[in-house]
Design a protein around this ligand. Structure first.
Ligand SMILES: C[S@@+](CC[C@H](N)C(=O)[O-])C[C@H]1O[C@@H](n2cnc3c(N)ncnc32)[C@H](O)[C@@H]1O
Length: 380
């Protein structure tokens, strides 16, 4: 059995007169010295969501106002962090110790969360609640950390508010763990209307409905009734499954910006047109989380073509989508937009290469021409 130790991370408040935030953790001892020392995220007093009961799904999160795509919904520290479940190396007593380390002010909220495990399956509610709700968190490990045991680097965090997002196979919100602030951020993947439920996914959405259900039932104990599972007819259900299979294949076989940019023989719009044909299918299936991947490539193609107008339109749209959930990409897009000609190294490179090739072609043609002249076969 791996030996984990109980450790409470205490984050000082970033705002005067606010209490510290405590995160009760069960960690491998070598991980503790590598934890960052951030301050607690400020409490948002007017969040754009509310939590309320639903008829069939327990508590859910709902938009209290229109939430534009890409915008922040909430930033949250976990109440506790425990090892993932591959090793099953945590005892009942260890879970209970983690539970006792959760501040009283938070414990009630944690204890009210969904727990789809029976007490026979998970005698400790800390375990049952984590299995129903935890999101994965990545930690830093020493370079000599023994990585031979499967799951040794897997940890889960219990985020009391983000975890209230119910599942949809076309979710409208995404989350991102940030080790440097020990927090996860929930953000809108598309525009979310006032009153709309804010949803996340619990399974790989590129699977067919049958395969998604195979995971949802044993792990979360429900059959999904979202619009992508509850199609009116068999034909449209099959179409949705086919679309997802197509997108999964496209992901691994698609023409990429990287390949196109070094092959001047490929048509200028090769990647752009190919991606543009897939974007509507992605949107139709509610797989908006994939959009930045393709949109970023379209932006880079337009930059390489030196097409100022299309570059600006796509870069601004992508930036709007990425500004909270994909901070590195957002930072790069901002710099690119400031002064594309100066800040994008490959600006208009394809055009330059094509010009150079044209000159070279002319030279080769002239050479051939003089070769013909030598033999007196010139048309003049
Ligand atoms: C992460 S929790 C979501 C929040 C939960 N509804 C609550 O009350 O705390 C996961 C549990 O919520 C319920 N749930 C989530 N999405 C659902 C859905 N689409 N349909 C039915 N139940 C759902 C299931 O009981 C599942 O085990």
């Amino acid at each position: 059995m791996a030996s984990y130790v109980h450790h409470v991370i205490e984050l000082p408040s970033s705002v005067p007169n606010q209490p510290t935030v405590k995160i009760s953790c069960l960690l491998h001892p070598t991980v503790i010295p590598l934890l960052p020392a951030p301050s607690a995220a400020p409490v948002d007093h007017s969040p754009p969501y509310e939590l309320r009961d639903t008829p069939q799904k327990g508590v859910g999160m709902f938009a209290k106002q229109f939430i534009p795509k890409g915008s922040l919904i909430l930033v949250e520290h976990p109440a506790y962090i425990i090892p993932g479940f591959a090793t099953n190396a945590v005892s009942y007593e260890d879970f209970e110790t983690v539970g006792r380390g959760i501040p009283d002010s938070l414990y009630e909220e944690v204890a009210s969360m969904a727990n789809c495990r029976t007490s026979a399956e998970s005698p400790s509610i800390i375990d049952g609640i984590a299995r129903t709700n935890a999101l994965s968190v990545q930690l830093k490990f020493p370079s000599d950390f023994p990585s031979d045991s499967p799951g040794a680097k897997d940890y889960g965090g219990l985020f009391p508010k983000i975890a209230r997002c119910n599942h949809s196979c076309g979710m409208n919100a995404g989350w991102e763990w940030d080790l440097s602030t020990l927090s996860s951020t929930l953000f809108a993947l598309r525009d979310i209307e006032l009153g709309e439920e804010i949803t996340n996914t619990y399974v790989d959405l590129l699977q067919s409905r049958a395969d998604r259900w195979k995971r949802l039932q044993p792990d979360y104990r429900f059959d999904c009734d979202c619009p992508w599972c509850n199609h009116e007819g068999k034909a449209s259900q099959m179409e949705s499954d086919r679309n997802r299979e197509y997108i999964a294949t496209y992901l691994s076989t698609r023409p990429t910006y990287a390949k196109w940019s070094i092959d001047p023989c490929l048509p200028d719009a090769f990647v752009i047109n190919s991606h543009l044909a897939v974007l509507p299918i992605i949107r139709k299936e509610g797989l908006h989380r994939l959009l930045p991947l393709f949109m970023e490539e379209i932006v880079r193609c337009y930059a390489e073509l030196g097409d100022k107008e299309s570059f600006k339109a796509w870069a601004e749209d992508t930036l709007q989508l990425c500004r909270v959930g994909y901070k590195d990409l957002a930072g790069e897009l901002r710099r690119m937009l400031e002064d594309p000609q100066k800040n994008v190294r490959s600006w208009a490179r394809r055009k330059r290469i094509q010009e150079e090739n044209k000159h070279q072609d002319r030279y080769e043609f002239e050479a051939d021409d003089s070769f013909l002249n030598l033999f007196g076969t010139s048309p003049i």
